[in-house]
Design a protein around this ligand. Structure first.
Ligand SMILES: Nc1nc2c(ncn2[C@@H]2O[C@H](COP(=O)(O)OP(=O)(O)OP(=O)(O)O)[C@@H](O)[C@H]2O)c(=O)[nH]1
Ligand SMILES: [Mg+2]
Length: 497
């Protein structure tokens, strides 16, 4: 007897797939099972498509805002400011999981300092490398962190280096060596932390072994730990956030607390300060913030503050979407914020989001005049920002999108100028202009405005802001302005529909 079949008689493909006349009972059982599975898969795909259509239908009236710019420009930090403003409780929920990133940032910085010291054989000429405060009097007192480049003086005012350079250098070197030894278990935890954050994802074209995260890593960090806890029935998993304990993170927290004084000593070490002052060691921008706050961060029970979260650094991979309800003049509209990975290897993933974008905030770090891309060390970061901005302004898909430019990291620009850095040395076209903050920001702004002018067939307005997106008060005021201007454009286009 033939089994009732889903096959039709007319379709040639169906004809070809028809079961053979001599089908055995076993073959028939397998075929029916495969048909059922195929039907389930097909139904699942239909359901996914239906949901996607529904989502598209619902989101048609929403505002879609893209955050674009090179890596490390401050896009994710700006996204955190939006989150803080429109969904503060969600940042609170994530607070604990930011510990993982901050510990990672701290340990990577320590590792970088130790390896740079090693490449200098733990000593540089002109800086007497005796330890400062934390090691008892095996060497002469140093001038302290505030004047690292001065020759250290003994209590009676005689330069110890001129008296006995070998002894002093040896003491400095041995103090670094013993710090390195004591800090090595902590530094070794860096790989496990990286794995935890990225879920073991390695990305090509991403720069020098940096760690990337995809959307939702915060939730996954919590879930991973909970997964382990759920296997133990006696544990109450309801109060997850407060009770959340990841064994690896707890172990690192313990190591950090035990190493607190060593980290402070390393950070205050004259050789470290000397290498930084002589620009022989370039630390990541966030390293100084976290090392300065190490007594607090390395304390037991540490919970990241909002400021810590704003300074935490983890690269974005692909595009992550954040949805906020924004109310203005009594009308609530869903805003979809798309935070993209800015490294060159990530930029191809932006294009699918250009189609229905309403607005772009392009973030350009103007403190980066002395920096080069990690992906391409020959390209100056400001040059890369200008090239990228040219591509965005000239892209036909984006020609009617509301455009906002954040000239960011103005606080770091000020700090660099205060430390004596000259723009002319890195950007020759700056010429003999005055090397002060106002002249420099206007000079960079003029370059971006020129790019916009040259690629502005639609005569759209470019809104520019000088920002430091780690500054919550100032950034929230600017976000308020941006929201109003985007909203005006949104209402105008809605009126035209
Ligand atoms: N001091 C200071 N730090 C900033 C500012 N903006 C961003 N940062 C820091 O710069 C680092 C990089 O910022 P992110 O927001 O992660 O950069 P991003 O543009 O998202 O980078 P990708 O995800 O790689 O594309 C973080 O440690 C931030 O805290 C700023 O205006 N001032
Ligand atoms: Mg990012």
């Amino acid at each position: 007897m033939r089994t009732p079949s889903i096959y039709s008689q007319d379709d040639p493909l169906t004809e070809a797939l028809k079961p053979s006349e001599n089908e055995t009972e076993e073959q028939r059982r397998v075929r029916l099972q495969q048909e059922t599975e195929a039907r389930l898969v097909s139904e699942r795909i239909d359901e996914d498509l239906r949901q996607e259509r529904e989502r598209m239908r619902k989101s048609r009236g929403d505002v879609k805002l893209l955050l674009l710019g090179q890596a490390e420009s401050g896009k994710s930090t700006l996204q955190k400011q939006f989150q803080l403003m429109y969904k503060p409780h969600s940042l609170d929920q994530e607070r604990v999981s930011w510990r993982t990133v901050i510990y990672f940032n701290v340990i990577r910085s320590i590792k970088h300092i130790l390896s740079t010291l090693e490449s200098w054989d733990d000593y540089i000429e002109g800086v007497d490398a005796g330890p400062t405060k934390y090691v008892p009097a095996v060497s002469s007192p140093s001038p302290g962190p505030s004047s690292p480049m001065m020759s250290p003086r003994t209590p009676n005012g005689i330069s110890s280096r001129s008296n006995s350079p070998f002894t002093s250098t040896a003491a400095g070197k041995s103090s670094v060596a013993s710090l390195r030894r004591r800090l090595s278990p902590l530094v070794a935890a860096d790989t496990q932390l990286a794995d935890k954050l990225s879920g073991g994802v390695a990305v090509s074209g991403s720069g020098k072994g940096n760690v990337f995260v995809r959307t939702g890593w915060q939730a996954r960090t919590i879930e991973n730990a909970l997964g382990r806890r759920r296997q133990r029935p006696s544990v109450d998993v309801e109060k997850t956030e407060e009770n959340f304990h990841d064994p690896l993170i707890e172990e690192i927290a313990r190591m950090l607390e035990a190493s607190k004084d060593d980290i402070r000593e390393l950070w205050a070490h004259p050789t470290v300060k000397g290498l930084i002052a002589k620009r022989r060691m370039k630390l990541d921008e966030w390293a100084e913030f976290f090392l300065r706050h190490i007594p607090r961060i390395a304390s037991a029970g540490y919970i990241p503050t909002t400021d810590d979260i704003l300074h935490a650094r983890i690269q974005t991979m692909g595009v992550s979407e954040h949805v906020f309800d924004v109310t203005i003049h009594g009308k609530s509209v869903s805003w979809h914020l798309f935070d993209v990975g800015g490294a060159r290897g990530q930029r191809h993933s932006w294009v699918p989001y250009f189609d229905d974008a309403n607005a772009i905030i392009f973030v350009a770090p103007i403190s980066a005049f002395d920096q080069y891309l990690e992906e391409d060390p020959r390209t100056n970061r400001i040059d890369d920002s200008l090239q990228l901005f040219t591509q965005i302004c000239s892209n036909p898909l984006l020609k009617s999108v509301h455009l906002v430019l954040f000239l960011n990291k103005t606080d770091l620009l000020r700090a660099k100028l205060d430390s004596g850095l000259k723009v002319k040395k890195y950007i020759t076209s700056f010429g003999d202009r005055v090397n002060d903050y106002e002249t420099i920001v206007q000079y960079f702004r003029a370059h971006f405005l020129q790019v916009h002018r040259k690629n502005n067939e639609n005569r759209r307005v470019l809104y520019t802001h000088f920002t430091s997106v780690v500054d919550t008060k100032a950034t929230q005021r600017i976000i308020g302005n941006v929201r109003d201007s985007i909203f005006r454009g949104y209402l105008q286009s809605a009126a035209l529909v």
